[in-house]
Design a protein around this ligand. Sequence first.
Ligand code: ADP
Ligand code: MG
Length: 295
Amino acid sequence: ATPTAIMVGIGKGAENNILIKDAESLELGYKVNAVILDKTGTITEGKPLVTDILWKDELENQNEYKEILLAIEAHSEHPLAEAVVHHLKDENIEKAEIASFESITGMGVKAQTEKGSQYYVGNHKLMLEKNIQIDASLMQTAESLEEQAKTVIFLGNEKQVLAILAIADKIKETSKKAIVTLQERGIEVYMLTGDNYKTASAVANQVGISNYKGEVMPSDKAAFVEKLQADGKIVAMVGDGINDSQALAQANVSIAMGKGSDIAMDVAKMTLITSDLQSIPKALELSKRTVLGIR
Ligand code: ADP
Ligand code: MG
């Protein structure tokens, strides 16, 4: 495309809430035949709310654990942590004192109280990894909550799971429509998420995606982009988080959510200002018009 066509294209993008940083993505967009979507914050609102807290049978001092949980999650910047903090503050829970805090990539967080006890908050994988036992009945409840597309996070000490929390994140109203539009144009749509398999599958089913993966580490997201590219695909990666930045950097066309993290927007060559996925087919169409010189 001519420099003038590119300028016009970037201007048209801006009118449609699509911020385009470079000419290359505008020239490549129409060739995209595989789109990878992150789940949390991309397909979903990314504004999770705690719907249930369930305790291990006969556990006393629940409030004390809530205070510890609040202190731990207040240290984390994960959207799930924000939901927990919001919920516990609404219950007027006070914060305990934390001596150390560490995040564990793709799994959750670890903290130590001033008294020296260790706590873990995160997904089931984290509990398995740290050999933290969970009651069978509590695990059953966790699984049924996940089948309802809720994300379950676990609070454990070094020995056992003390509580599970169910968190629901609404699917954006326009996500399904945008996905169907892409599929109708013959573009393969994939979903990758760090979230567990059950939640991943429940969300994927609701938006009509049959190609999805759960419990994906950030580096695996990038490897998956590479794999599709090795199969000859021109890949667009769409994400909102730090955990998507490697995959965004690897993709042929990279698209960030305007409501997402600054890092994703820095890495990505395009940003959807309103975070509406319907801007993806629009952006690809705009690329086509730009390259073909249609005004
Ligand atoms: P994603 O944003 O796609 O879910 P992440 O790698 O950020 O991927 O997180 C993976 C998983 O680790 C989350 O889905 C959640 O289960 C768990 N996790 C991460 N941070 C926290 C936290 N602060 N509190 C509870 N769980 C967490
Ligand atoms: Mg995300």
